[in-house]
Design a protein around this ligand. Structure first.
Ligand code: IPM
Ligand code: MN
Length: 368
């Protein structure tokens, strides 16, 4: 009997290659720490869309809701118009499953070089908590007089008190476990309406939870991330700022090769789901994916670094409450970083799985 059902969406480009290696690491951890996994594969992505016109069929979405977690590789391919799979699959999953936190650790691992001068491991170790279901990502807006000289396009950013507050609560809780420092990043000097909502809500949540609240404008935060990353510990920010900041974060932490992410529904939807319909019996599954894209240019070459996908799988295990397994998978990924460039995707994955499997006592199989 499996303890967990994990839905696997390898997706496009290098997605299937890196997900295969992440699975090996998770399977090795399951064997070592004595829990059972059932993987359920979904062939969603470019091929499926080109064949059927479906990015995420309702039937698949319904099944995904029953999974305990979702592991996703990457979506998008040059032969599919931009936005089709991003919006139709990835963003739809974030919205439908109400994955309101996008957690992105920005961590410089040993043996990884930061482009910042004089910055080594330990100097960059922060968490970005990106709001994941609001802002400009809601898709509110439209176009009139398209193609003509009077063309108008609007893209409305939607922020709700409930949506902002539940994200802040998650970020404050994480800050409390770490340094007790939380930095709100926004653009309150220009986005006065949404900025004011974020600022007031952040002040109230920080006071209630008992964390120190700092603030930086989004542009200044970019400057500080490069010039003095140690000033941040936990950053909380809106959806679009978080999207941009976390690519910069990945850059200062040595690139996309080690950048992992978790799209979380931490449980308790802050009242949103309850208000919009019947409450779900259990929280929807959270979704874990590397920050990198499908990199079609290197797909099939064996050059893709599976570490970001493996670290995302470690976040998945952490979310399931399998802390020892999560730590072993993270350690296994970190262990191969030295000289990683000399190895293929599969060779790195095999070395990680071996590291995860090794050490410690292997509990007898088949008992559960
Ligand atoms: C990310 C990506 C997505 C986003 C795209 C693919 C829709 O850039 O996860 O950061 O903008 O959120
Ligand atoms: Mn992005």
């Amino acid at each position: 009997m499996a303890d967990y059902t994990i839905a696997c969406l390898p997706g496009d480009g290098i997605g299937p290659e890196v997900v295969a290696e992440a699975r090996k690491a998770v399977d090795a951890a399951a064997a070592r720490f004595g829990f059972g996994l059932a993987w359920v594969d979904y062939d969603l992505g470019a091929d499926r869309w080109l064949r059927t016109g479906e990015a995420l069929p309702d039937t698949a979405l319904k099944e995904l809701r029953d999974a305990d977690a979702i592991l996703l590789g990457a979506v998008g391919r040059p032969d599919v118009p931009p936005g089709v799979l991003e919006r139709g699959l990835l963003l739809r999953l974030r919205f439908e499953l109400d994955l309101y936190v996008n957690l992105r650790p920005v961590k410089l691992y040993p043996a990884v070089a930061s482009p910042l001068a004089g910055v080594g491991p330990g100097d960059v170790d922060l968490l970005v908590v990106r709001e994941n279901t609001e802002g400009v990502y809601v898709g509110a807006g439209g176009v009139v007089h398209r193609g003509g000289p009077a063309e108008v396009a609007t893209e409305t950013s939607i922020e709700t008190r409930v949506g902002v507050e539940r994200c802040l609560r998650y970020a404050a809780a994480r800050a409390k476990e770490r340094s007790g420092r939380l930095t709100l990043v926004h653009k309150t000097n220009v986005l006065v309406h949404a900025g004011d909502l974020w600022r007031r809500a952040a002040g109230e949540v920080a006071a209630e939870v008992g964390v120190e609240l700092d603030y930086a404008h989004a542009d200044a935060a970019c400057l500080y991330l490069v010039g003095d990353p140690g000033r941040f510990d936990v950053i909380v920010t809106d959806n679009l700022f978080g999207d941009i900041l976390t690519d910069l974060g990945a850059a200062i932490a040595g690139g996309l090769g080690t950048a992992a992410s978790a799209n979380l529904n931490p449980g308790g939807s802050g009242g949103l789901m309850e208000r919009s319909g019947s409450p779900p019996a259990k929280p929807p599954p959270s979704l874990f994916e590397p920050v990198h894209g499908s990199a079609p240019d290197i797909a099939g070459t064996g050059k893709a670094n599976p570490v970001a996908a493996v670290l995302s799988a470690a976040l998945l295990l952490q979310h399931l409450g399998e802390r020892a397994a999560a730590a072993a998978v993270e350690a296994g990924a970190v262990a191969v970083l030295q000289g990683a460039a000399g190895y293929s995707t599969q060779a790195l994955g095999d070395r990680i799985a071996t590291a995860v499997a090794g050490g410690g006592h292997r509990p007898p199989r088949g008992g559960r």
